[in-house]
Every structure is written in structure tokens, then in C-alpha cells.
Write a protein that binds this ligand. Structure first.
Ligand code: GLU
Length: 506
């Protein structure tokens, strides 16, 4: 019987969630849902020195915004808790000790100054950063280099120690990665990683393996940056739980920015967001802008992330979450790095904004993208006119502000050079006509406009631009008669009058 699909996203709460992190969440989520499995979020907070207040909450808020809710987590509960590694501390020690007993790991008593000394003593032309490994381990103070009595005495004296894995010499460690195929590592090149720290906390390497085992994880998917750690994890599986019980691995490709691997700094450098939502580093108060606050909607964000490293084998680019669940497969995830293109990202968002209903768009802009003095009664009509012009939710302000407030400046340069008495007279007549109009709607306003133009022997095309600039201030916005319709009679006429004064001024 095949194992139930159980995948996990295992973030360390050290800061905001980067694009790559959310894509890892998404691919895990899609794989779980496609296979009727569970998606688990486990907080990997064993390195307390890197813990950042607020980061855990931020992760869950992001998942909520993206609509990628876990089945089990600190917030969602579940049978395999606790879902925070620091609360599972007691379960790791026995495994670390078992590894020592079986000869796969050892106690190391070195102080930080002894480690420092080793790094200096063994530094050479060929080796700039000597590691604690098969070349150096016997020159250090550990249970491999000391006698049994010495070790027992140190332990009895409560000398602080860590437990390190003893990497085998010249062994090829292999595993099958669902994206990369067979991957091989030379064990001699990997250092003896610490598994248990002096304070009794496991390191990530031990905790990840023990937890994946205890939480019955069937597939462990994560970013490519974790590939170098894989040989240690494979060995721990072999030593502790048996390779046959090991999850299937996959390492997702890097996301590339304009200059290689997309970095958090690229955001401010190139003017696009890198984090899912705004993140403020508590120590420095440095704000990193998020896709959410930049005006992306979850559907667009998810869609663009899904296509950063995957496609369904056709030219199709627009997918809802439901379609992604149906179509997603690990076989189609690329192994090469995926280029992030901000213009393309905005294109996805625009496509999704166009698909939103007026009510859904309204819900989205109500979360902080509405101009302050907006008129509720006109809002739906305005949305229907400008929604499709918004690539980002933030565009709504610029696209709609003239509905709520007369423009402060007019683009006179686009009008004045061609302004003449005939045009001036046309608008004077238009004011008179509009004042008397009983029927105030776009169709009537347009036909009256055209009729007056024709009676005066003018081309309506030449009059529309000045009219638009009178109402909007610039050369943008939806149909000008729709705009006048929404502005109503009094406001439309008042804007024409004000503009006429400006256009006719010498
Ligand atoms: N705690 C690791 C991280 O912060 C998780 C790596 C893994 O999924 O094994 O990304």
C-alpha cells in the first residue's frame, strides 16, 4: 500500500517570506491537494539566535492571504504536534545518543576558541576554510580522539559538548530527486555537522529528519539551497529510520533576478517587491515591500509563482488555484533556475484583475486601496469603468481620483496649441445644451455632443481630447461620456467652464 501523501513546509521564523519561499509553499500545497494528501507547516525554530519576533505570525498571515491554508500547523492543530520544533526538544536527544552508541556520531568538547584555532592552523593555500571533518577530527577534542576514560570524565564533569555526525570516508551518497534524478555526493567532502548543540537543542539537520519521520512525511520538497545538506539527511535516515522509510525528495530551482540568484536586496535596487507582504526588520525598522501592498491580488500572485519553474506542457499561462491543483505535476518542474520578470508578474495580475467581478474587485480595494474621499454610491459604476485599466490595485487611485475630485492641474500643452475660437464656441454651446438636457446618460451626452459638432462643421474627434482633459486633467481614463455620466450635470459643467477660462487665457 502506498503511503498517504503528507508534505511539509518547514520555515525558520527569521524574517519575511521571499518569493522562493512562497513558491515552495505553493508546490507543496498543489502536490498535496492533487494527491488527496495533507499539507503541514512546521516551524523550525531550533536556532534561537536567529529567531525574529513576528516572523511566525507573518508566515501564517501570508499563507492566509495566498489562500494556501495548511491542514496541520501550530495554528491549525493536528495529530502530529507540536508543530514548533522548540517544543519538541525532548524527542531529539535519544536519537542523537543512539547515533553515538552506534558509532555514527560522536561527542565533541571543543570550545569556541579551540575551533577558531583549528580554522587558523589548518588554513592553507588550497583550503581557505578548513572544516571539522575527516581530516581534522582526530586533532580535536572529541570521543574519537580521546580515550573512553577521558570522555567519561568530561561527561561526568558536565563539560559542555555537542554531538557531531561522523561522515564516512569516501562513500558515495546517492538519492533520487524527483526533479533532478539521481544525485550523488562524495561523503569525504562533507563536514561533520553538529546534530545536537550544547544546550540540548538539536540543529536543523537532526530535527528535520526526526520530525519528517515522526510526522510521517512522504515527500520532502524544498529549495535548491538545501541540496548541499541532503547527504547528511540521507545518512541520518539510513542510520535512524531506514532508507526505505525516507520521504521522496525534490529540490526546487532557484529564482533568478536581474543579477543571478534573486536576493532580498534586489527589491529596492530594481524597484519590485521580493517578499509576499510588507516586512519590517524589527531591529533596523527597514521595510521591505510586499506584493500584497504593491497591489497584487492573490490569484495573480499564485499564478505568477506557479509558472516560475513549472508549466503544464502547453502555452497556457493563466491558471486558477483549482486548475493548478488539477494540472500540477513534479515531472514538469524545471531543474534550471527560473527568471523572475516583474513586467510579466504584473501582466498576470492584470489578467486576474480583469477576471474579477465588480463585487470582488471592490472587496480587494476596500483593503486599503480606496481614495479617502470616495463617493460610495458611485463606486460600483466607477469600478466597472476603470477596473480593467488597473494592472495593480494601487492603480485604482490614479485611474479613479478624478471621479471624486476635480483635477488640480490640466494638461494644457496638449490642448492650447490647437485651441481656437470655433472650439471655444462649441464648448459654450455644449454647456448651454447640457444645462437643458433632461436625460443625463452617456448615450444622450454623446449624441448631443456630436450633433453640435456637426452643426458647427467641426470634427468630434478634435473636440474629444479637450473634453477629456477638462474632465480628467490628462489623456487617460475610460470613455469620456461615461465619465461625464458619473460626474453628473453640475460637476461636468463646472469643469468645462473652469477649463475654458484656462484654455482661452492668452
Ligand atoms: N528550515 C528550513 C528552512 O528554513 C527547511 C528546509 C527543509 O525544508 O528541509 O527553509
Amino acid at each position: 500500500m502506498s503511503k498517504k501523501v503528507r508534505v511539509r513546509f518547514a520555515p525558520s521564523p527569521t524574517g519575511g517570506l521571499h518569493l522562493g519561499g512562497v513558491r515552495t509553499v505553493l508546490y507543496n500545497y498543489l502536490f498535496a491537494k492533487k494527491n488527496g494528501g495533507d499539507f503541514i507547516v512546521r516551524i523550525e525554530d531550533t536556532d534561537q539566535s536567529r529567531y525574529v519576533a513576528g516572523a511566525e505570525e507573518y508566515i501564517f498571515d501570508t499563507l492566509k492571504w495566498c489562500r494556501l491554508e495548511p491542514d496541520e500547523s501550530v495554528q491549525h492543530g493536528g495529530e502530529y504536534g507540536p508543530y514548533r520544533q522548540s517544543e519538541r526538544k525532548a524527542s531529539y536527544l535519544q536519537y542523537a545518543e543512539r547515533l553515538v552508541k552506534d558509532g555514527y556520531a560522536y561527542y565533541a568538547f571543543d570550545t569556541s576558541s579551540e575551533l577558531e584555532k583549528m580554522r587558523n592552523d589548518f588554513k592553507s593555500e588550497q583550503n581557505h576554510t578548513p572544516q571539522y571533518d575527516l581530516h581534522t577530527r582526530l586533532k580535536m577534542r572529541n570521543s574519537l580522539s580521546l580515550t573512553e576514560e577521558e570522555v567519561n570524565k568530561l561527561l561526568a564533569d558536565k563539560t559542555p559538548y555537542v554531538i557531531r555526525i561522523k561522515m564516512p570516508e569516501q562513500e558515495t551518497i546517492s538519492f533520487n530527486d524527483m526533479i533532478r534524478g539521481e544525485v550523488h555526493f562524495d561523503s569525504s567532502l562533507v563536514d561533520d555537522k553538529v546534530l545536537l548543540k550544547a544546550d540540548g537543542m538539536p540543529t536543523y539537520h537532526l530535527a528535520v529528519v526526526v520530525d519528517d519521520y515522526q510526522m510521517k512525511i512522504s515527500h520532502a520538497f524544498r529549495g535548491e539551497e538545501w541540496l548541499p545538506s541532503a547527504p547528511v539527511h540521507i545518512l541520518l535516515w539510513k542510520y535512524l529510520f531506514g532508507i526505505e522509510n525516507m520521504p521522496q525528495w525534490a529540490h526546487f530551482p532557484l529564482i533568478l533576478g536581474p543579477n543571478g540568484k534573486l536576493s532580498k536586496r534586489d527589491g529596492s535596487k530594481y524597484g519590485f517587491p521580493v517578499f509576499a507582504m510588507n516586512w519590517m526588520y524589527p531591529k533596523t525598522n527597514e521595510l521591505t515591500e510586499g506584493f500584497k501592498e504593491k497591489g497584487f491580488i492573490p490569484q495573480g500572485f499564485i499564478n505568477l509563482l506557479a509558472l516560475l519553474g513549472w508549466n503544464d506542457g502547453t502555452e497556457k499561462e493563466i491558471f486558477s488555484l483549482e486548475e493548478l491543483i488539477e494540472k500540477f505535476s513534479m515531472e514538469r518542474v524545471h531543474s534550471a533556475g527560473a527568471h523572475f520578470d516583474y513586467d510579466k508578474a504584473k501582466w498576470y495580475n492584470h489578467e486576474w484583475i480583469k477576471q474579477l467581478s465588480i463585487a470582488d474587485f471592490r472587496l480587494q480595494i476596500e483593503k486599503g486601496f480606496l481614495p479617502e474621499n470616495h463617493d460610495e454610491s458611485k463606486l460600483d459604476k466607477i469600478i466597472s469603468l476603470v477596473k480593467d485599466r488597473c494592472t495593480l490595485l494601487t492603480d485604482f487611485t490614479e485611474q479613479s481620483s478624478f471621479f471624486f475630485k476635480a483635477p488640480e492641474t490640466l494638461d494644457t500643452d496638449s490642448v492650447k496649441p490647437k485651441w481656437n475660437d470655433a472650439k471655444q464656441l462649441f464648448f459654450v454651446e455644449l454647456i448651454r445644451n447640457y444645462e437643458l438636457t433632461l436625460q443625463w446618460d452617456a448615450t444622450t451626452l454623446e449624441s448631443n455632443f456630436k450633433e453640435i459638432a456637426s452643426v458647427n462643421g467641426l470634427k468630434p474627434g478634435e473636440l474629444m481630447l479637450p473634453f477629456r482633459i477638462m474632465l480628467v486633467g490628462g489623456k487617460f481614463g475610460p470613455g469620456v461620456f461615461d465619465i461625464a455620466d458619473v460626474l453628473r450635470k453640475e460637476e461636468t459643467i463646472s469643469r468645462i467652464k473652469k477649463a475654458l477660462d484656462i484654455f482661452s487665457a492668452k
